[in-house]
Design a protein around this ligand. Structure first.
Ligand code: NDP
Length: 386
């Protein structure tokens, strides 16, 4: 019998289950890059469209795990030495966590997790696990690659429009009984004709570029490897050798890099200073990619016109986190990758990975981040240990 320790975000304060506003969600079987969506064997322990990412939802895993005789512990109590997570960690063979409510698997915690074999991210982005320590301890790290790329890409398009069109203040005026048109529009523009730049054009970054093409922006990108010429031609992309060149040229920047030691603080005062005055920055990748106070300075000095995203450090963000109240922000809690549509895919992918693991069968290469003491599969392409 194995102990599976699963950390999920808390239930809705209005109670569980919620009253669903729709009866079904579209079924997606193949992603844009040809990768097949999760293919677990046997029944899912939930109906797609249900809220399974919170504690009572349990990712729909209980019946599957208990049918094999395993113990499933589900909690949202993840931080501090007295947390439920720390209490059960020494017993756990598998830890499941989500980036939205991350159970930080630090080097110290890994050192105490003597039975841990699999750290599974129900979603995308395993930076909440110390990947070097996991590799050294022989722990496999896997995530459900591809599961919420479109969810995030759609959010990025929404955030661009929210910021550039000054939607949020206009909504606040209307809710408060106002009709202050001039106040609403004094910072509102069309995005047509603007220049957009992607820092990172991987699965999500490219999906954003594809979605923006019909809006009539000029599209730019930078990353270490150039995309295939057909993709560049199809989207009319301009490649920049580095982020500095990109941010000097564009009006809107989307940051879509994985977080690893050398991308921490990627966006700092020096890079903000190179942006066009009045540019916008979107970050749904990771909070630590941006220096916390540098973005506040850039907003206060009007060097940039707005910052929006859903990623913070730490998560959940403390009440007094300055990004909650900085000017011209379009921040939300970390939600973009956990729509009900995304949950159906990453919960099914979590089940698929567990089925492989408990059958001692190979986990899909595209789901692997660390295996056999080193980066593996998708991890080799997306992460660095330094
Ligand atoms: P990918 O690995 O497909 O894409 C990342 C891209 O970043 C690659 O194309 C890579 O290209 C580029 N890149 C990596 N390192 C650098 C660097 N140092 N400089 C410039 N470019 C770099 O990842 P995804 O698109 O699937 O996801 C990106 C991130 O989005 C995830 O790691 C996660 O943190 C975040 N995410 C957030 C979610 C949310 O809910 N907000 C949900 C899902 C993901 P190259 O190797 O050529 O440099």
């Amino acid at each position: 019998m194995s102990t599976v320790l699963c950390v999920l975000y808390p239930d809705p304060v209005t109670g569980y289950p919620p009253e669903y506003v729709r009866d079904e969600i579209p079924e997606i079987t193949v992603y844009a890059n040809g990768q097949s969506a999760p293919t677990p064997r046997g029944p899912l322990g939930f109906k797609p469209g249900q809220l399974v990412g919170c504690v009572s939802g349990e990712l729909g895993l209980r019946s599957y795990l208990e049918s094999l005789g395993h113990e499933l512990i589900v909690t949202s109590d993840k931080d501090g030495p007295d947390s439920t997570f720390e209490r059960y960690l020494p017993e756990a063979e598998v830890v499941i966590s989500q980036p939205f409510w991350p159970a930080y698997l630090t080097e110290e915690r890994i050192a105490g997790a003597k039975k841990l074999k699999l750290a599974l991210t129900a979603g995308i982005g395993s930076d909440h696990v110390d990947l070097r320590a996991a590799a050294q301890a022989g722990i496999t790290v896997a995530e459900v690659t591809g599961s919420n790329c479109v969810s995030v890409a759609e959010q990025v398009v929404m955030l661009i429009l929210l910021l550039v069109r000054n939607y949020l203040p206009s909504h606040t005026f209307s809710e408060a009984g106002g009709w202050n048109i001039a106040d609403c529009v004094e910072r509102a523009y069309d995005i047509e004709g603007m220049r957009f730049g992607a820092i990172g054009a991987g699965r999500i970054g490219l999906a954003v570029l594809q979605r923006l093409k019909p809006f009539g922006l000029s599209l730019h990108y930078t990353q270490r490897h150039r995309l295939a010429p057909e993709i560049e031609d199809d989207l009319g992309l301009s490649f920049h050798a580095d982020a500095e060149s990109l941010v000097r040229s564009v009006d809107i920047v989307n940051l879509q890099l994985p977080l690893y030691p050398s991308t921490e603080g990627f966006f700092n005062d020096a890079l903000f200073a190179k942006m066009k005055r009045g540019a916008y920055l979107i970050n749904t990748a990771r909070g630590k990619l941006v220096e916390r106070d540098a973005v506040i300075r850039a907003l206060q000095s009007r060097q940039i016109a707005g910052y929006a995203g859903d990623v913070w450090f730490p998560q959940p963000a403390p009440l007094d986190h300055p990004w909650r109240t900085m000017p011209f922000n379009g921040m939300t809690p970390h939600v973009s990758g956990t729509t009900l549509s995304a949950q159906a895919r990453y919960a099914a992918g979590t089940l698929e990975i567990l089925q492989s693991y408990f059958a001692s069968a190979p986990i899909r290469e595209e789901y692997l981040i660390v295996d056999g003491g080193n980066l593996a599969g998708t991890g080799s392409a997306s992460y660095q240990l330094t």
